[in-house]
Ligand binder design. Structure first.
Ligand code: ADP
Ligand code: MG
Length: 276
């Protein structure tokens, strides 16, 4: 596949305000693959998403992130977006004074070469078609970005951005939170329609529910800022039925969270993190 991406994180460590949150995380995502990263709250999942996107608060202290062999860590936030990385945020920000349509058009054009910008007419047609797919009220195009949107509307708006930007690596951070079952189904349909060899997916979720609609190829459990267990879809099902305690017991993990002050010696010496 000429355009099939390969996204690799190897031994990633990252700190925020001097606290180490990511503690040697590795994952490899190829075009066509859907990877689910699951874990209880406070295990570093959103930190992983923000670090990949280059949020300035997070400092990478070790390891590498590459897309098709290109060093992502060398790139600024806008360059990462241009390279095709996309994050649907757990808590999307509201931006007063910028309409959704303006924002989306700028975002599309930022990924295009100069002179290749999308025309206004084409953009409007495209946006309206995608909004219809997501059963969004057309008025949302002209509202300020996320301002006064409900939780579910913000999440749908994130998926709208994904549909329009056609990224090469899609990261969804708890896209299911705040969604009722109908909205969840619509969002999942949008995501599934985007599945192709041209892009990979990293789906971060606390609950298995989302994975009934978006079938993952690989499931990873995150604890203490690392991937501690990997498997196929059956791993998500077991987590749904039995919760996370059995993973902790199996690996001898007492406290799965990361970034607290008491965490020294939390990771037993015999716990080796699986690679990929
Ligand atoms: P998850 O998404 O798995 O719930 P997070 O990555 O949001 O976990 O958070 C993991 C830990 O990282 C938190 O418990 C907190 O200690 C720390 N952390 C994350 N973001 C920040 C931040 N902006 N400022 C300070 N600490 C943070
Ligand atoms: Mg989170």
């Amino acid at each position: 596949m000429a355009n099939s991406p390969k996204f690799t994180i190897d031994g990633l460590k990252a700190t925020i305000e001097g606290k180490e949150i990511l503690k040697g995380l590795s994952i490899e995502i190829k075009g066509g693959e859907v990877h689910a990263v699951m874990g209880p709250n406070g295990t570093g999942k959103s930190t992983l998403a923000s670090t990949i996107m280059g949020h300035p608060k997070y400092e990478v202290t070790d390891g590498s992130i590459t897309l098709d062999g290109e060093d992502i860590l060398e790139m600024g936030v806008d360059e990462r977006a241009r390279a095709g990385l996309f994050l649907a945020m757990q808590y999307p920000s509201e931006i007063a004074g910028v309409t959704n349509a303006d924002f989306l058009r700028s975002a599309i054009n930022a990924r295009r070469e100069e002179g290749q910008e999308i025309s206004l007419i084409k953009f409007i047609r495209l946006m309206e078609a995608k909004m219809k797919e997501l059963e969004m009220n057309p008025e949302f195009a002209h509202r300020y970005l996320n301002e006064g949107f409900s939780g579910g509307e913000k999440k749908r708006n994130e998926i709208l951005q994904m549909l329009l930007l056609e990224p090469r690596l899609v990261i969804l951070d708890e896209i299911d939170s705040g969604l009722d079952i109908d909205a969840l189904r619509i969002v999942a349909t949008g995501v599934n329609a985007m599945r192709s060899e041209d892009r990979g997916f990293l789906i971060i979720t606390h609950y298995q529910r989302l994975l009934n609609y978006i079938k993952p190829d690989f499931v990873h459990v995150m604890m203490q800022g690392r991937i501690v267990k990997s498997g196929g879809p059956e791993l998500a099902e077991r987590l749904e039925n039995e919760g996370y305690d059995w993973v902790k017991e199996e690996l001898g993990i007492v406290d799965e969270t990361v970034g607290q002050d008491t965490e020294e010696f939390k990771i037993p010496m015999n716990t080796t993190a699986p690679k990929y």
